[in-house]
Design a protein around this ligand. Structure first.
Ligand code: AMP
Ligand code: GLY
Length: 428
């Protein structure tokens, strides 16, 4: 089978690496791709906003499955255009992708399906938002309704911060994404991410992970798209996972199907593990980046078979996904300046040497020049990923690989996995 993989980050490099291991794959195409994806796929220059061009490409290359990596094409309805043309697609429809594309949509769904989440109010004017803040008090959380590249959330510890945040959003800081806001009660607890694949009827768990959102060691500094992750997140115990499936994922999938918006693809739940049990923080309609890298490092099945079964409503007829008992960790190497303005062009060497010890280096934001020189072209540049019997072992392998890479204009956090390593040490 020929497959078209859409996207250009570390998540898609990991997907391409795993898809390429399947005996079911004939030829993999990647658009727009990156130099890491190019190791496994033929790179094609497609504009993902031009649905007709993507459909024409699929028709011309006998594509049996399209795998959509990032959220923007999903929210833009690319899956619908491809399905209408008769193609199998891994990724939800435009209406189903509202679970990521509109925070207010998801909160209202939680209300209808009685899903545990923070109390909230949707506000579509500054006046309404200010009045709501006055009722909620601080601390409080303010979210732009639409897609804002992970930047549309302000956790305000004081009323002054909260008021500044709503002023900014209604002033257009996030463009159309901020024309409506969700104001939420502040929840406390540890965060964990849980992943499930669903074809709209059958649900299969796909593992858990914990991300590190702040740029600096000790969880300091501004928020990023994620500076590292590990899987599994053992704070999400089997009991809490069962509760998450029963009270959050199950009712979501059922309600979406009952309301004529069946969700197909991966459902990525951001959870707050509160004293009252897991509560939904938000959904994403795609794999996490870099969470996907650690999930796939542990996944032991055939990814083509799994994603195709999901796309074709056949999840109930295949074996559930199998995972290694090992822990996987990924460390993000970013370009100086990230998450502000990252410095482009920093030279990168010695990736093959870094992989000798068993680590895998996924490309997230790199370019390869005509004379074979690899350099940084994005904020998050490399995802150095390793596996081991303990978090500490995975970490040691990952950081040994980080240290073998030469990227003078890059940096990384040195403490990925610290919470779990502390727990490992306290349990001896
Ligand atoms: P989101 O993009 O909705 O996942 O929010 C980004 C981050 O903001 C989350 O990972 C949490 O750390 C924090 N956050 C979001 N909503 C809440 C909430 N209601 N209470 C506390 N923290 C929150
Ligand atoms: N790492 C967070 C995300 O993919 O949204």
């Amino acid at each position: 089978m020929n497959i078209l993989l859409l996207g250009s980050g570390g998540r898609e490099h990991a997907l391409s690496w795993k898809l390429a291991q399947s005996p079911l794959l004939d030829k993999l195409y990647g658009a727009p791709g990156n130099p890491g994806i190019a190791d496994h796929a033929q790179i094609v220059g497609l504009d993902l906003t031009d649905h007709a061009a993507v459909v024409t490409f699929c028709e011309g290359h006998r594509i049996g499955l399209v795998v959509v990596g990032p959220e923007a094409p999903l929210v833009d309805g690319l899956s619908d255009s491809l399905r209408t043309a008769g193609f199998s697609v891994f990724g939800p429809s435009r209406v189903a992708a509202q679970l990521e594309g509109s925070k207010g949509f998801t909160k209202d769904l939680c209300t209808r399906a009685n899903i545990p989440t923070a109390g909230y109010v949707r506000a579509s004017s500054l006046q309404e938002a200010r009045a709501t803040l006055a009722r909620f008090g601080a601390p409080v959380v303010i979210k732009a309704d639409g897609l804002a590249a992970g930047k549309g959330v302000v956790v305000a510890m004081t009323m002054a911060e909260a008021e500044a945040a709503v002023d900014d959003m209604f002033d257009g800081a996030f463009g159309a994404a901020g024309a409506e806001v969700v104001i939420e009660e502040f929840m406390t607890g540890e965060e964990a991410s849980f992943f499930a694949l669903t074809d709209g009827a059958t649900i299969v768990p796909f593992g858990s992970a914990q991300d590190h959102k702040r740029v600096g060691d000790g969880d300091t500094g501004p928020n990023t798209g994620g500076m590292g992750a590990y899987s599994p997140a053992r704070v999400l115990t089997p009991e809490l996972e069962a509760e998450t499936l029963a009270r959050i994922i199950g009712p979501t999938v059922k309600t979406m199907a009952d309301e004529g918006m069946p969700y197909s693809g991966v459902l990525y739940a951001g959870l707050m593990l509160t004293e009252q049990g897991p509560k939904l923080i938000e959904y994403n309609a795609r794999f996490g980046d870099p969470e996907c890298q650690v999930l796939l490092m542990r996944f032991e099945g055939d990814l083509v078979e799994l994603l195709l079964a999901c796309a074709d409503n056949k999840l109930s007829s295949i074996e559930p996904p199998r995972f290694s008992a090992d822990v996987a960790m990924t460390v993000v190497m970013a370009a100086e300046g990230y998450p502000g303005t990252p410095k482009k062009g920093g030279r990168i060497d010695h990736i093959p040497a870094a992989e000798v010890g068993g680590a895998k280096v996924f490309h997230a934001g790199t370019t390869l020049s005509g004379d074979g020189i690899l350099s940084a072209s994005g904020g998050r540049v490399l995802n150095v990923t390793a596996k081991g019997p303990t978090v500490k072992a995975a970490r040691d392998t990952a950081y040994a690989a980080v240290d073998a890479i030469s990227f003078p204009e890059g940096f990384c956090r040195r403490d990925i996995g610290w919470r779990e390593i502390e727990r490992e040490e306290s349990q001896g």
